[in-house]
Design a protein around this ligand. Structure first.
Ligand SMILES: NC(=O)c1ccc[n+]([C@@H]2O[C@H](COP(=O)([O-])OP(=O)(O)OC[C@H]3O[C@@H](n4cnc5c(N)ncnc54)[C@H](OP(=O)(O)O)[C@@H]3O)[C@@H](O)[C@H]2O)c1
Length: 325
């Protein structure tokens, strides 16, 4: 047997095994998808039956329970668009009021003036740990004054606050890299942990991650790594919360051209190959959130990246990704 026949034989054996492994795992993930969907529906039905029984026994008419959508990064881009979209059909998302979080008060007030539902404006820098404490305190106070879990719940959390910076790690520097991790990871995880105690079966968490989280990206290094952390966190949290009927969706978009993100990342607005727009990303991802999907890749390029990042080794993919910057 010559060397080429030997290589061909080894190749065929590996391809045969990996083909079977891919098929089997795809089948398992499909089965898991239906099991999870069944559990979410069952939990939601049980909790709405319980709510109906307690409302019937509560005697005189009381106002309906408050169902809050907490949106971080609501002063622009995706957060802004999610608020407008949910506001058009609040009953579909089980929301009766918004809590809008970002640093720019004027922008939050401008958004509030466009919404029909009641709004609480929380002008907070989420990288400051005292602000995260005050969010936790506020949730506690509001829940107590409303009369507890039957009258107050967070039905949606949309974690959109985040930013990235182009450049080598050396150019960006220690402070900026730490700020990116504080905003994209520490803040997102802290806000999530703060709201979970006020969520019920049927509540939804949407973590805005990115395709950048699917592989390493040189010259967008720290940002990609921070989104990778949030992606991994979201996928695990989903399984942890499955029993309670709270779903977690990791939303991983490709470039979006009509938000402030690209200009802030590059220092100027750039034209990027096949960039999507915020309305499309919001529409497609809300569909996934509504249906309790674990992962949302709202667009063709992010869906392709999701598929290929599972197959192509990081060593190769890291080079390919620099072409999309
Ligand atoms: N646009 C894209 O190409 C793209 C692609 C994939 C993923 N994403 C992700 O999508 C999310 C939303 O981005 P976007 O495109 O909508 O960009 P954007 O228009 O720049 O929005 C970012 C939001 O985050 C808020 N924010 C930033 N730092 C904050 C802090 N320390 N505390 C509180 N709020 C803070 C900003 O509000 P203030 O400045 O008023 O505080 C702003 O509302 C981000 O997590 C981003 O990583 C974006």
């Amino acid at each position: 047997m010559n060397i080429f026949t030997c290589i061909r034989k080894i190749w065929r054996t590996i391809a045969g095994i990996s083909g079977n492994v891919v098929t089997a795992t795809l089948l398992i993930s499909l089965i898991l998808f239906f099991i999870e969907k069944y559990r979410y529906d069952k939990k939601r039905k049980e909790s709405s039956q319980e709510a109906a029984v307690s409302a019937a026994g509560s005697g005189p008419q009381i106002p309906g329970p408050r169902k809050v959508a907490v949106i971080t990064g609501a002063s622009s881009g995706l957060g802004w668009k999610y608020a407008l979209t949910i506001d058009k059909h609040p009953e579909k998302y089980d929301v009766t009021e918004f809590w809008l979080i970002a640093r720019r008060r004027d922008r939050l007030e401008a958004l509030a003036s466009e919404l029909h539902l009641p709004v609480k404006i929380l002008c907070l820098d989420l990288t400051v740990s005292e602000n995260l404490d005050s969010l936790e305190d506020l949730l506690k106070q509001e829940s107590l004054s409303a009369g507890g879990a039957s009258s107050f719940a967070v039905s949606m959390l949309l974690n959109c606050a985040g930013y990235g910076k182009y450049g080598s790690s050396t150019e960006i520097g220690r402070q900026e890299e730490c700020r990116m991790i504080d905003t994209n990871d520490k803040a997102a995880i802290s806000v999530t942990a703060a709201v979970i105690p006020y969520m019920q079966a049927g509540s939804r968490i949407l973590e805005v991650c990115s395709v950048a989280g699917f592989q390493p990206i040189p010259f967008f290094n720290c940002y990609a790594a921070s989104k990778s952390l949030l992606y991994s966190y979201s996928r695990s949290l989903r399984i942890e919360l499955l029993k309670s009927g709270i779903s977690v969706t990791a939303v991983c978009p490709y470039w979006i051209k009509d938000t402030e993100f690209i200009a802030k990342a590059a220092g100027q607005q750039k034209k990027l190959f096949l960039a999507s727009n915020a309305s499309r990303v919001v529409r497609l991802s809300l569909f996934d959130v509504q249906h309790h999907h674990a992962l949302s890749t709202p667009g063709l390029l992010c869906t392709l990246d999701r598929i290929f990042s599972g197959w192509i080794p990081d060593e190769v993919l890291a080079y390919i990704m620099t072409l999309f910057l």
